[in-house]
Design a protein around this ligand. Structure first.
Ligand code: C2O
Length: 555
């Protein structure tokens, strides 16, 4: 008896307060996930689809990441984790670390205090759509909803070409005069053309849905089964029923699906449909926009041969602005710092690019976090980070309001690291750019939805708030990886003097040293005069103008 309860205590300890340690080696291997075209993908320990990373609230997660790619650098980000106190573990290269060179091993270690549905992905160049992205699930012993079984559903667009082969043509103003993004070749469900979940009558299933796409937003609908939304981007919500959700690149939804009470004697289809709104091949007759999966009650019965339909790509889905967080956190205020980001697309540096307040992001020579930690009292001067890093400084415990005025005719999934944020106002789409007036047109919600990726509509605006309680250097960007690559990126430098209490592990400095990359000084690597930016990067890399392809010719 004693022995058994002792074991239980140990088991409990292992399950809920423990360390999760992973040795991950990333390397190339050939896969053919849509069955249409074999191609090299980035696998983890020879495994692809990549493994789901599981942890429990309170765990310390440690990943020894070895770059076995040979021909590319890498880096890893844990999307949605705040990294409060561990800013150096956030992962975007040239923001919080140097790129990890071929053959190097880099250590990420941090405690997870947030329950819910997250994902991990490379944050180095345009690398994650080549396969280095997967689910990250943090279990919570006190999750406020009950269910019988949990499933993970990863939605993704998929390209037959490797991203570095597509970037030059995409950016080229001569090969691609309209700046059209390469269109994906297919849609995947759990990195396959289709996927099935086995369902028992009367049971309730928690589906953790993650869109890990490079580009596409998805609509998701289950035939004759309602979804009850209970979490968005790691934030529990008041339960909300719907039969159609819209999920942009980077976003997550957890939904409860309650099975039919008695055996229905049939199986049901669900559809993940890529929104072709921004696909310049529209109507994309050669792109399979939809992927169909199944809820299987009885494997001896046939699978349905049609998929559920939905009214349109622009309406009929649940508007995430209307969600209410389970904790009913009140609207933050009064605002002590407002930052306005005016976003434009156009020609910058002779490339098809995006700019924020006139500046198209260019990586600094020194990771911005390293500049903060090296700069003493000068860390509060935005000039030292270089104009092209798009640096914005906020003070500790500011109530920050960010206004995104989208001057582009496409909608964008807006993401920021280090926080989730309250959605205060979102305009509808417009055909000509509309800027936020500075005062809300409708009363903001008393308990606004919080998430970490929010769509700003075409030519519209988005207003959100957060409390600056997490010193760090946090990337702000569009989660369409083409757009991030094209300079839709800014650097939020939060509480730089308080941040100086943190330090950089020696292993991270080694990653810089081994590649002869500067890791001290201002954006130019100047350590004696921080305001002297001589030698700073003032343009992005020049690419040879590869032929623009995307999906315009059969591959
Ligand atoms: Cu999914 Cu910069 O992040």
């Amino acid at each position: 008896m004693f022995y058994n309860s002792y074991l239980l205590v140990i088991l409990h300890y292992v399950l809920y307060v423990s360390a999760a340690t992973y040795n991950w080696n990333v390397g190339w291997q050939t896969e053919n996930p849509d069955g249409l075209q074999p191609r090299p993908v980035i696998a983890i320990n020879g495994q692809w689809p990549p493994p789901t990373l599981y942890a429990n609230v309170g765990d310390t997660v440690t990943i020894y990441l070895k770059n076995g790619l040979g021909n590319e650098t890498t880096g890893m980000h844990f999307h949605g984790l705040f990294q409060n106190g561990t800013a150096s573990m956030d992962g975007p290269t040239q923001v919080t670390q140097c790129p990890i060179g071929p053959g190097e091993t880099f250590t990420y270690t941090f405690q997870v205090n947030q329950p819910g549905t997250y994902w991990y992905h490379s944050h180095n160049g345009g690398q994650y759509p080549d396969g280095f992205r997967g689910a990250l699930i943090i279990h919570d012993p006190s999750i406020p909803y009950q269910y019988d079984k949990e499933e993970v559903l990863v939605l993704s667009d998929w390209y037959h070409s490797q991203i570095p082969d597509l970037i030059p043509g995409f950016l080229s103003t001569t090969a691609n005069p309209h700046g059209a993004e390469p269109v994906p070749n297919s849609a995947l469900l759990n990195d396959n053309p289709t996927t099935s979940f086995s369902i028992r009558p009367g049971k309730t299933y928690l589906f953790r849905i993650i869109n890990v796409s490079n580009f596409a937003s998805f609509l998701l609908k289950f035939d004759q089964h309602q979804m009850a939304i209970i979490e968005v981007d790691g934030v529990y919500t008041v339960k909300q029923s719907t039969d159609l959700i819209y999920i942009t690149a980077g976003q997550r939804y957890s939904v409860l699906i309650t099975a039919k009470a008695t055996a229905p004697g049939q199986n049901y289809a669900f559809v993940g449909a890529m929104d072709p709104d921004m696909f310049d091949c529209y109507p994309c007759s050669n792109v399979p926009l939809n992927a169909t999966g199944y809820l299987v009650y009885d494997s001896s019965k046939p699978l349905p041969n049609s998929e559920p339909t939905f009214p349109s790509y622009t309406s009929g889905f649940y508007d995430d602005f209307s969600l209410v967080p389970y904790d009913k956190q009140p609207l933050l205020g009064p605002v002590t710092k407002r930052i306005t980001f005016n976003v434009e697309s156009g020609t910058y540096f002779n490339q098809n690019r995006f700019a924020i307040n006139g500046n198209s992001y260019v990586e600094p020579k020194v990771p911005t976090l390293y500049t903060v930690l090296d700069a003493g009292h000068e860390a509060t001067n935005p000039a030292i980070y270089g104009q092209y890093a798009n640096p914005y400084i906020i003070s500790h415990n500011d109530i920050v309001e960010i206004v995104v005025n989208n001057g582009d005719s496409g909608g964008h999934p807006i993401h920021m690291h280090g926080h989730n944020f309250q959605m205060v106002e979102r305009s509808p789409p417009f055909t000509t750019p509309h800027k936020y007036s500075g005062t809300p047109t409708t009363t903001p919600p008393a308990t606004p939805v919080r998430r970490d990726v929010m769509k700003v509509q075409a030519s519209g605006y988005l207003v959100y708030r957060f409390r600056a309680d997490n010193p760090g250097v946090w990337a702000f960007h569009c989660h369409i990886d083409w757009h991030l690559t094209a300079g839709f990126f800014a650097t939020i430098i939060e509480a730089p003097l308080a941040l100086q209490a943190q330090s950089i592990p020696a292993n991270h400095i080694q990653a810089c040293k081994h590649q002869h990359l500067p890791y001290r000084g201002n954006a130019a690597g100047n350590t004696h005069n921080y305001t002297d930016l001589t030698g700073a990067n003032n343009a992005p890399p020049v690419y040879n103008t590869g032929a623009y392809c995307g999906n315009c010719k059969p591959s």
